[in-house]
Design a protein around this ligand. Structure first.
Ligand code: COA
Length: 571
């Protein structure tokens, strides 16, 4: 089928649908929803048999939905309507939620229903539910919709609130008044629910020590307590704040009323609070320490059955210079332990998205901070490549982008959950050349020709396709639990395997040969030469693209590598 994606952005959900539908042989093209005229032009150029809207912020123009079948992916159960579906579902403690595929018509979210898929709710941030449960349900819903459309005689179901299976209702836009935390009254569970309902967008507006800010990424703390609302401690950029019955860690803030020159995007909490957080006691927690109760631990190292497991759950998968260095140190320490297999788990939502563009944008010299960050990433990658006595497994539970993908390739074996989407390219960030030893790691796995295609095409890749190409070594597990159990089993079997010594010997030999052919340092220098031009050269593309990305500026056009219909027109 010829399917046009009309979407606000090519986000994780649209990318997942894209790779899944492409795998099934559909002819796909993408248009960003910029305005009615541009959308109409895209439809005229591509002549789609179906239009799918995975992520829209405004209604599809009547000129389009009257003449073409348009399917809206709505993150709500049957009958649910309105712009804050998931937010309300979290705040109201729904135990089951869902995704409904509706045919667009005159009334918002009230079109005929082609498919509706439900899932059990999890105590997690809205963005995490969106990237996991919602994405899986949306995929099932879209596949069902296409199947029904292809059958020809199948009719969608009109929305009818008298039907017993239509349990949803209209809910208005959630306001900051609905989200507001009452620190003098709300218990930890309520505070967490409120912050999770607004994470990643728009956050919960609050006031800390007189500073107006939005709160993001909260985690329970069971040991610390204090006067409700009081700041108690800091740790790795996060602050701990007392509730009426305990405390929560809040890792990120966004200034709500930024002073002249102050960034208005998400940053680590201590950076936004500045002097307000400086006096707080630093509650360090080493990765090897297993906390007694609930707390927030960004980096953790555990050993089970002779295998080392390193978890790094960086918010949004973004890794700043300090985080890279902390992770590098944790890897170096793992190398000193009596283990022969190390599993790198990344975070549950993201493996890694490379250097931290927000931290870079906020720096007094973004070019210098980019340089520092990429060097810290490179140091980490080198620490991983140079592990002669360890077999390293990268276990990608969540998506990875740019340098994050290449960091994974530094491992000996790269495994991913089946639903993971990879973006193994840098170019869409203002022609960034990239580093992380990608010019060594990528061709070694896929060959020069494919390496060039992957980095130039700038398209997402599903884990099965990545596996077929040899970019990764395997993918399995429909769910996170299944994937984790299988990786754990594989790592344990490997650690107990009598031939592991031979494998490690083989690895040492290959590394020595590679080093003799061309030293790692040379790859690094060559890549950094190009990066220097990106950071300090005359072409400001990278700085402009980063600014647009961090400030979330609306897109002005759809790049031709996504808009196939525009490419066809150009040729
Ligand atoms: N630095 C800082 N923030 C980042 C980031 C990075 N490298 N990568 C992603 N994020 C943030 C986004 O700004 C967004 O923030 P929000 O919570 O305020 O909305 C959040 O992570 C989720 O990103 P989003 O783009 O919505 O996720 P996605 O899963 O839909 O898309 C990517 C994934 C990888 C395609 C996209 O995030 C991306 O292009 N990231 C930049 C990668 C990059 O160029 N890295 C630098 C070069 S190494």
């Amino acid at each position: 089928m010829r399917i046009l994606f009309l979407t606000h952005a090519f986000n994780s959900l649209s990318q997942r649908l894209y790779v899944e539908l492409a795998r099934r042989g559909h002819a796909l093209s993408i248009e960003f929803d910029i305005n009615d005229a541009v959308a109409e032009q895209a439809v005229a150029l591509f002549q789609p048999e179906l239009i799918v809207a995975p992520f829209l912020k405004r209604a599809i123009p009547e000129s389009i939905w009257r003449n073409h079948r348009c399917i809206i992916v709505h993150p709500g159960i049957k009958g649910d309507r309105g712009p804050s579906s998931l937010d309300w579902a979290i705040l109201r403690c729904e135990t089951t939620w869902g995704v409904t595929c509706l045919q667009a018509d005159a009334e918002m979210d009230a079109g005929d229903i082609w498919a509706s898929v439900e899932f059990p709710m999890r105590a997690a941030a809205k963005s995490s539910l969106y990237r996991n449960e919602v994405t899986e349900a949306a995929l099932q819903g879209i596949l069902l919709t296409i199947e029904r459309i292809e059958q020809g005689d199948c009719r969608p179901e009109p929305l009818d609130y008298d039907r017993p299976d239509v349990q949803g209702r209209w809910h208005c836009l959630m306001t900051q008044a609905d989200r507001a935390v009452d620190w003098a009254a709300d218990d930890t569970a309520t505070v967490l629910r409120k912050i999770r309902a607004g994470d990643g967008v728009p956050g919960v507006r609050d006031c800390i020590g007189g500073k107006a800010c939005y709160l993001y990424n909260a985690h329970p703390e069971s040991q610390l307590s204090g006067a409700p609302g009081e700041l108690l401690a800091r740790r790795d950029g996060a602050v701990c704040r007392a509730t009426v019955d305990g405390a929560v860690w809040i890792t990120h803030l966004r200034a709500a009323e930024p002073a002249e020159g102050e960034p208005a995007f998400k940053l680590p909490a201590t950076q936004v609070l500045g002097p307000l957080a400086e006096h707080l006691p630093e509650h360090r927690l080493l990765p090897t320490v297993e906390p007694a109760g609930a707390t927030w631990q960004e980096l953790s190292y555990r050993e089970r059955n002779g295998v080392g497991h390193l978890y790094f759950d960086f918010y949004n998968g973004a890794m700043d210079s300090e985080q890279c260095e902390r992770l590098r140190r944790a890897v170096a320490e793992a190398k000193q332990r009596q283990i022969r297999v190390l599993v790198l788990w990344g975070g549950a939502d993201f493996w890694s998205n490379g250097i931290h563009l927000n931290r870079i944008e906020a720096a007094s010299s973004p070019a210098d901070e980019s340089w520092r960050n990429i060097n810290a990433m490179n140091d980490l990658c080198r620490e991983l490549i140079e592990t002669p006595s360890l077999y390293v497994i990268a276990a990608l539970r969540g998506n990875a982008g740019a340098g994050g993908v290449f960091m994974a390739l530094a491992a000996d074996r790269v495994l991913a959950r089946e639903g993971v989407v990879l973006n193994p390219h840098y170019k869409s960030m203002g022609n960034l050349y990239g580093s992380e030893y990608w010019s060594y790691l990528l061709p070694k796995r896929v060959g020069e020709v494919r390496a060039k295609a992957l980095t130039e095409n700038r398209l997402p890749l599903g884990a099965p396709e990545a596996s077929e190409l040899g970019l990764i070594d395997g993918c399995f597990g429909e769910t996170l639990t299944e994937f984790e159990a299988l990786v754990e089993m594989e790592a344990r079997t490997l650690a107990e395997c009598s031939t592991l010594g031979e494998r490690l010997e083989g690895k040492r030999l290959r590394r020595a040969q590679d080093e003799a052919e061309k030293p790692l340092e040379e790859y690094r220098e060559e890549e950094l030469e190009r990066m220097k031009l990106n950071f300090y050269g005359f072409d400001p593309s990278y700085h402009v693209a980063r600014y647009h990305f961090v400030e979330k500026l609306p897109k002005a056009r759809t790049p031709v590598y996504l808009a196939r219909h525009r490419r066809l027109q150009a040729s």
